[in-house]
Design a protein around this ligand. Sequence first.
Ligand code: GDP
Ligand code: IMO
Ligand code: MG
Length: 427
Amino acid sequence: MPGVVIVGSQWGDEGKGKATDQLGDRVDFCVRYSGGNNAGHTLVVNGETYALHLLPSGILNPSAIPVIGNGVVVDLGVLFEEIDGLAARGVDTSRFLISTNAHIITSYHKVIDKVTERFLGKRRIGTTGRGIGPAYSDKINRLGIRIQDLFDESILRQKVAAALDQKNQLLVKVYNRRAVDPTQVADELLTYADRIAPHVADVALVLNTGLDEGKVVLFEGAQAHHLDVDHGTYPYVTSSNPIAGGACTGSGVGPTRIDRVIGIAKAYTTRVGEGPFPTEQINPDGEKLRADGHEFGTTTGRERRCGWFDGLVVRAATRANAFTDIFLTKLDVLTGWDRIPVCVAYDINGERVTEMPPSQSDLHHARPVYEYLDGWQEDITSARTFGDLPVQAQAYVRRLEELCGAQISGIGVGPDREQSVMIRDLL
Ligand code: GDP
Ligand code: IMO
Ligand code: MG
């Protein structure tokens, strides 16, 4: 079972990091294939908490080689900060590999991310401000700077100057900001060249060779299906393809080599930033979910918007990602409710629909139709088998499974690596 992809099925922060970490020492390569340090993956290992933004969670597992694929946008300052932070805690970071083709987030991408959000005002996306959108825009505009450019100073300087040509006009004339000095940017980028050099690799070659040898390659998604630039709630999305197909374009591994796609679904729903969210609870229920689930962003510290589980949202993700399995997380957070609403349909202008509408305007008008499932009061954090769960929790999982359209193979009952109920092996 060598090629496995982990994908968020909602709007991010489902617990992808924990699910990845849990597959542990059976993984030979752990690959990030999209996004950048807009991601925040929190893992708890033996009571110690680690927050990763750029490195794949496999970094915490000594037998896996952590890989950053070409589809990732990389802020080198953040990358080395993360490496230094982990090294100071005794984690071996020497093995990581990064694609020659990964694009670099420069200082001007971060400036542009912030000023465009400010300029949009009420229409802002609520980005993480990490320069993600502007870096991907440059990639698509063919004005991006790649890791390999760090090793050809003359080319690097030309490319930075070309990328800044138009941007400086915009910054000065439209946004009323100071122009960015291309020499300063190139000088700063060059300071990273020697340090990154030993890690730079032909990632497509490394991973395909590994797969030829029967190694297990785990692709760790960042963000989620509904934040995908093509399939998400556009324009309230990120600028990359977090879906399972993105694992192929973002790493150079073909689709026939992917054997399993695991959707990660939170037992309720959260979202950070702007955009439609039909089951959102802006009331004491939402506040209770936020407090019980510690729903504050790993990356920006923002409060996560909270609401009930939405079967239509996860089922749309099951379809486009062809989930073979679902790992349901944070079931323990729902302990203590008398009854738990679950969204089974939307009412859109008086019409009941059971799939997410393809039109964004319709989604903005969608009113959730709930089914009410019995809650449970018992602490479930030490459950390790499905039978350990109270019958109401078992029924909740079974109903979600029907709604999701894919088998639930694992259940998270706490943040720690050990706190899971496995129904079926994920590898
Ligand atoms: P990711 O971005 O998908 O990796 O998710 P985040 O790390 O941003 O957010 C998930 C949060 O929930 C983290 O703080 C995890 O430690 C925590 N977590 C993951 N799984 C579980 C679970 O089953 N139960 C509880 N209580 N917390 C969990
Ligand atoms: P993980 O991997 C939750 C959201 C931002 C914003 C939108 C666009 O931890 O699940 P961007 O900075 O990417 O241009 O912001 O996407 N967003 C996330 N929300 N979890 C994430 O990552 C996210 N990455 C981006 O809040 O709404
Ligand atoms: Mg997160």
